[in-house]
Write a protein that binds this ligand. Structure first.
Ligand code: EPZ
Length: 425
């Protein structure tokens, strides 16, 4: 087991390069099953969720060749299994994308239930509704989702999602690539990773229109090409995490390899709080500069292009040291405030009532021993440790390794005093 030790109090200064997006990569890797040939994926983040995805591809029979830490070649020609055991799927959420991609290519799949961050109930009824609308039978028993089609295969249909769901939108897109006719997803999610998956599939020969709007049309094609290369979009949430860290530490950070339009909801909020932002003309770099204590703000998380739920814990840290009392409302999940108990131990004044956290800004947080309850909570605790007085120890950091590439190295390069140490079990 490992933990992080942070000596707080240094404003972050310098340049940080953003990695490829976790939530795009975990959809694009299962999508390679649809190709029945070779493709190259670049700008892959070197994180544990990606390693788990690649392990499942190899288990299914694909050949995975690492060309560098961030580029792989995947040959899906010899995939001969359609079952993924629960022991593999329980380790991360995105394992459920193997249902859509196996169903899409083979007309059947038996995939264990997904794991992932414990941030409230995370049903998959909308994924199932989509598969069933296309004519698949879906049975959930003994921790396994079993799905199969009849002799007609999948047939396109109109699917109106009852909730805006990233996972259901992606899974239905994956299943629909080869379906007969056209599949229309209404009330679809619009996140950058939805667009990235559609771009990847279209590059390979799919016919998907409307990704990035709330109506996506997938006209079924008989097969995809092989031999193409694709580079994953930069990670909106990693960039947002560094933006918030720069602001909270009263630092001056240049964020490179980002797409500034994806960051607009965060930029707008930070500007409202008194942070200075400078965008490069090409929209790929953003300087975040904060000299003074930020002022209070009210934030409500919403599906894209709203303020991302995956930046809710990091924002709580910034609001904890901002001047005044702020409201932070979770609008996507039914519970995502477990981490506030840890922040309170560092001196934050937070009261959670239902889906809203009332945060009374304090002048300083104080370092202590805390535990990461999930991925983004872990990122929030790192920011808290960087700005706190004294030393902070963060435990359960495996959650952080699931989603951020070279996270502490990147913070160290910005001046943070942060060390990873092995803990005796
Ligand atoms: C994806 O989760 C992300 N995970 C999450 O990132 C992110 O927080 C979330 O989208 C929202 O942006 C991956 O991409 C792997 P949803 P997902 O389906 O797909 C409800 C991170 O930190 N819902 O958009 O599971 C659901 O309960 C992680 O990187 C249903 O009711 O999220 C939630 O309230 C955490 N039925 C809302 O919809 C369904 O069938 C949105 O969930 C599906 C979802």
């Amino acid at each position: 087991m490992e933990k992080l030790i942070i000596k707080g109090g240094t404003p972050l200064k310098g340049t940080v390069k953003i990695s490829g997006a976790k939530n795009a990569a975990v959809a694009i890797l299962p999508a390679t099953i649809l190709i029945n040939g070779k493709c190259r994926i670049d700008n892959l983040p070197n994180i544990s969720d990606i390693k788990l995805c690649l392990q499942i591809l190899e288990y299914l029979g694909a050949t995975v060749t690492y060309l560098s830490n961030n580029e792989v070649e995947i040959d899906s020609t010899n995939i001969d299994k359609t079952e993924v055991p629960f022991s593999m799927t329980k380790k991360f959420r995105a394992s459920y994308y193997f249902i859509g991609s196996l169903l899409g290519r083979f007309g059947k799949a038996e995939v264990g239930f997904p794991g992932g961050c414990n941030i409230g109930s995370r049903p998959i009824d909308q994924h199932i509704k989509g598969f069933e609308a296309m004519g698949a039978t879906v049975e959930c028993e003994g921790g396994i989702v079993k799905t199969y089609t009849n002799e007609n295969g999948l047939v396109g249909d109109n699917i109106y999602l009852d909730v805006v769901s990233v996972g259901a939108t992606i899974n239905i897109m994956l299943a629909a690539v080869f379906a007969q006719g056209t599949t229309i997803i209404e009330n679809a999610a619009k996140e950058p990773h939805i667009v990235d998956l559609a771009n990847f599939l279209n590059t390979m020969g799919a016919n998907i229109k409307g990704a990035g709007t709330d109506v996506i049309k997938i006209a079924g094609v008989p097969n995809l090409n092989s031999g193409a290369s694709y580079s994953i979009v930069p990670d909106q949430i990693e960039a947002g995490t560094f933006m918030i860290a720069a602001a909270a530490s009263k630092g001056d950070v240049l964020i490179t390899n980002c797409i500034t339009t994806h960051l607009s909801p965060i930029s707008a909020k930070l500007e409202e709080m008194g942070v200075t932002l400078e965008e490069s003309d090409d929209g790929e770099q953003l300087r975040v500069f904060a000299q003074n204590r930020t002022t209070k703000a009210n934030i409500k998380t919403l599906p894209y292009p709203g303020f991302p739920t995956d930046l809710q814990p990091q924002s709580a840290v910034l609001l904890s040291v901002s001047d005044g009392t702020s409201y932070l409302t979770e609008g996507v999940f039914d519970s995502r405030f477990q981490y506030t108990e840890e922040l309170k131990r560092m001196g934050a004044k937070i009261r959670v009532e239902g889906k809203t956290a009332y945060i009374e800004g304090v002048e300083h947080l104080t370092g202590c021993s805390v535990t990461a309850t999930d991925l983004r909570a872990g990122a929030a605790l790192i920011i808290a440790g960087i700005i706190a007085d004294g030393e902070t120890e963060i435990h359960s950091i495996e959650h952080i390794d699931r989603g951020y590439e070279d996270f502490e190295e990147k913070f160290r390069a910005l001046g943070a005093d942060i060390t990873r140490v092995t803990v005796e079990e």
